[in-house]
Each structure stands twice: as structure tokens, then as C-alpha cells.
Design a protein around this ligand. Structure first.
Ligand SMILES: [Zn+2]
Length: 364
């Protein structure tokens, strides 16, 4: 028996169907977010880059820069060419972690959170691997342990970011690394003899790093890398650029790791201090690139941390811990600045996996 439905029932059915369809559509979009922004880099005309300095502010969203900008102009914002980066990992229901984001940047592949340049039982080739294969020098600097997710994705491969000992051992056995600088002494001190050879040194202080005469150095500090004074991220960046300079070029990754740490803590003052420490490193990289026209500088973030929102009326009192609206990572897009060869061709929007393709196109 065919039963006619009332107008009210009809509207209800249409509304429910629309709701179901939009949920499916949104899920599909979330599952394949990077398809939306996939760009072809065939348009790249510059081929004059032979080195890249990639600076990653861990957790640094647009509003982190905006908050700092109230107190003075960050050097990174003086870079003319910029873009906005999507950051989701393979499972887009929750935001990416630093492992999946660094893997996306380092390998051009989306992976599940926690993976270090690794997916489905296989090691993924990273920018670190490609740099070494192509005869480039490779340097990695971070303000946290070198075995942490971001530096690890450029120098090791592992199923889990938690396997810090295994990551350290892979880094020790990776003789392609020219400079590895950061914390994590506990994972390296027992292997000093494995690290040291004719070409490679192992030091644990900034003074010893400056003294080292060897071609390759693992500088694994026990103490914090301060934001001011002699021994800063900027000083280490300048040191690395001096050391890596060579005819065939280099790839250097510099991470301001604690912007994320203090954003998790919703600690505005310390976050800003770390931001400025990172911005000083950007300044050192830009100074170097201005004297060396074959060097491209890229400044970006792996994800936003802390859901930072700023008041309409900003002043010293209103830029405070309460501007953070969460203690975790978010899916917000993150900033991207590029200076040097290749900068002109960068589209307004990119996905984090595009950074890998862009650097490959510039360097290899
Ligand atoms: Zn984090």
C-alpha cells in the first residue's frame, strides 16, 4: 500500500538526508585534505639553489607570530614570499603530532601520528637521506633532544617516536650526518666510542663544539640552549652554516622546539621568549642567505599548539596565558615563509607534504 507522506514528514526526510550527506562529504574531505591543495610545481623556474636552510618553529601558528609582533617586528615577517600550510596527518580526526608532521615535511608522505619517516613496515626516504645521496652536507639542530620527533624524521626511521634509544643508535650509525646538535646526552654518552672516528667528533658543551677540528660533529648537550647570550639557537645556526659551507651545498634543519612546549603549558611569556630565540636563528639564516645567493631559507611550523587567540585590543596585559584555549595541537594552518631561489613560485596555499617536493625540486 502506498502511503502518502505529509509535507512536514517530507521536509524532515530531506533535512535528515542532507545532514547525512554533509557528514559523509566532510569526512571524505577530512580523510583526503591534501588532495585539495595539491599543486604542481612544474612551474618552478629557479634552479640556482644548491642549499636549503629549513627552520621549523614547533607549534608556531599565525597567532604566535601575531602575539610577538605586538612587542616588535619578528625578522621572519620581513620575508616577502609566504604561504599557508595544511598539517593533518593520515588520521585527520585529531590533529597531527610532531612525528607525523615532520615526516610529512621530511618525506612528502602522510603517516599516522607517532611514525618517524616510516610507514607500513617500510622506511621512507627523507630529505636527510636524499641530501646525503646527492653529496650534500647534512645538519640538524634542535633546542630539545636530537632524538625527538622533528629532528628524528630527518635523520632516522622508526615505527614509534617513543623508541628514543633506537633512534639515537640509527643516528649514530648514520655516517651521512655532518652535524647533529641538541640535547639527549643520556642516549649518546654510552656510545661516545662508536661516534668518534677520524672524521667525527662527539662533544657535550658549546665550548668544545667551537674547539672541534673535525669535519663532522655530534654536539649533544646536557644543559638547556638559552635564548640569550653566547650559546643560543642563533649562535648554533651561524656555527653550522660556517661548518656546512661547501661547493656541493647542504641541507640544514633548525628547530625551535620549545615554542610547542610552552604552548602546551599555556605559558605566554616563556613561549614568547622561545619564539624570539627562534626568530634570531631565522635572522642568522637570512643574513647568511643574503651573502650566499644559492641558499634558500624556509621558515615554517609543524602544527599550531594551544589554540592561541588574541584579543581585538592587544596590550601587554591582554596578551597573556588566557589567550591559549587548549593544551594540545590543533588543525589550524601554519605559516610558511621563503627567501631565495624558488621563493617567487610558491603558491598561496600548500600542504606540509608539498614542502618535501618543493625542496627536492630546488635541490635535487
Ligand atoms: Zn606538541
Amino acid at each position: 500500500m502506498i502511503k502518502t507522506i505529509s509535507k512536514k514528514q517530507f521536509v524532515k526526510i530531506v533535512l535528515i538526508s542532507l545532514a547525512v550527506l554533509s557528514v559523509i562529504a566532510v569526512s571524505l574531505l577530512m580523510a583526503f585534505p591534501y588532495r585539495l591543495n595539491r599543486q604542481s610545481y612544474g612551474a618552478f623556474t629557479e634552479d640556482s639553489a644548491n642549499s636549503v636552510i629549513l627552520l621549523i618553529g614547533d607549534g608556531m601558528g599565525f597567532n604566535h607570530i601575531e602575539a610577538a609582533s605586538y612587542f616588535g617586528q619578528p625578522v621572519m615577517t620581513s620575508i616577502e614570499n609566504k604561504s599557508s600550510i595544511t598539517t593533518r596527518s593520515t588520521l585527520p580526526i585529531w590533529p597531527t603530532d610532531s612525528a607525523a608532521a615532520a615526516t610529512a615535511i621530511a618525506t612528502g608522505k602522510k603517516v599516522f601520528n607517532g611514525r618517524i619517516a616510516w610507514s607500513n613496515g617500510k622506511n621512507l626516504k627523507s630529505l636527510g637521506d636524499v641530501a646525503v645521496e646527492n653529496g650534500k652536507k647534512l645538519g640538524v639542530i634542535t633546542t630539545k633532544p636530537v632524538t625527538d620527533a622533528t629532528p628524528a624524521a630527518f635523520t632516522a626511521h622508526n615505527k614509534s617516536r617513543r623508541n628514543q634509544k633506537e633512534i639515537a643508535l640509527e643516528q649514530i650509525n648514520n655516517h651521512g650526518i655532518d652535524l647533529l646538535i641538541g640535547q639527549g646526552k643520556e642516549y649518546f654518552e654510552n656510545y661516545a666510542q662508536l661516534i668518534i672516528n677520524d672524521k667525527r667528533d662527539y662533544v657535550t658543551s658549546f665550548e668544545d663544539l667551537l674547539q672541534s677540528q673535525k669535519e663532522k660533529v655530534y654536539a649533544i648537550f646536557d644543559e638547556d640552549i638559552p635564548c640569550e647570550g653566547q650559546f643560543t639557537l642563533a649562535a648554533l645556526t651561524s656555527y653550522a652554516l660556517d661548518k656546512l659551507q661547501c661547493e656541493d651545498g647542504f641541507f640544514l634543519m633548525v628547530e625551535g622546539a620549545k615554542i610547542d612546549t610552552y604552548s602546551h603549558d599555556n605559558d605566554m611569556d616563556n613561549m614568547l621568549e622561545q619564539f624570539w630565540g627562534f626568530d634570531d636563528a631565522v635572522s642568522a639564516a637570512l643574513d647568511y642567505a643574503k651573502d650566499n645567493p644559492h641558499v634558500t631559507v624556509i621558515v615554517t611550523a609543524d602544527h599550531e599548539t594551544g589554540r592561541l587567540d588574541l584579543p581585538k585590543k592587544m596590550d601587554r596585559d591582554t596578551i597573556n596565558d588566557d589567550c591559549f584555549n587548549g593544551g594540545g595541537h590543533t588543525n589550524r594552518e601554519v605559516p610558511f615563509f621563503i627567501f631565495g631561489p624558488g621563493a617567487q613560485d610558491v603558491p598561496e596555499k600548500m600542504d606540509n607534504t608539498d614542502i618535501f617536493r618543493l625542496i627536492c625540486q630546488l635541490l635535487f
